[in-house]
Design a protein around this ligand. Sequence first.
Ligand code: CP
Ligand code: NVA
Length: 331
Amino acid sequence: MGVSLSGRSFLKLLDFSTEEINYLLDLSAEFKRMKMAGVPHRYLEGKNVALIFEKTSTRTRCAFEVGAYDLGMGVTYLEPSGSQMGHKESVEDTARVLGRMYDGIEYRGFDQDVVQELADKAGVPVWNGLTDDFHPTQMLADILTVKENFNNDIKGKTLVFMGDARNNVANSLMVVCAKLGMNFVACGPQENMPTEDLVATCREIAAQNGSTITLTSDVAEGVKGAHVIYTDIWVSMGEPDELYKQRIPLMEPYRVTSEVMAMAADDAIFMHCLPSFHDTNTKKGAVVAEKFGITEMEVTDEVFESPASKVFAEAENRMHTIKAVMYATLK
Ligand code: CP
Ligand code: NVA
């Protein structure tokens, strides 16, 4: 029997088998080929999706919108504070209303419990567009990008996440690496490591797939020979800006620099989910520069702009992979 994800929600990768994740990755590559070749794929004409964003977004929103349009679907975007949900109407009631109008619902917000409740009550597939705990659609784009750069040969490769290693992106990378037999290294300060529970779960999965999960605060030890160096912002959405004062000194040793890249494998690539503070060309970047005297945060501009940096290909892959998730679950 082939894999079928029809009717399933996509809330976190722990819910999916290795085979199912590989199926979504293969489907993504196929959609990418079709898009590049100009082959129409309006397979879901007549269906409609709702996109709920309680946090801001560029990539995820655009990926869902373009992916849905390419598949022939209608889209409604509900911006932060643009719906009654949470303010005047419970998550459960919102789910039961939207589930009667839409064929699928994307949700970006805070608690993982909310996206879970939406999925439990909506009666249609719900897709997690980022919560405080996980960012599963990002993972498919990231792994597709790794595959493209390593000739599809990812088993046994090592991905190092540098910095705030207990955030949604780091958690999700640890899960996807474990599921796909890649070694995962969390390289950051002791106080920002993923929870013991999640580490234990991922170690068990990784062992079944022949890979390892390592936590270290030692940069040289963490990045030595790595194939992928990955980082993310130091203060995530939903966290207060006051945290910069504490996070900057804590995270600075884990900035991705040319020296870090030089310790990795010769063919190592740099990845980042974006948005990134690699210069002062943002309001926040400028404020941080003025207040704390640093012009780059999690990655230097030099690495960000280097040939090893695959961040824009990675961003493009958000669209192909999210399209695959919508198609697989709605077809
Ligand atoms: N990587 C990512 O999720 O980007 P957005 O916040 O722009 O959606
Ligand atoms: N950790 C980041 C990811 C953004 C895509 C955040 O949650 O803000």
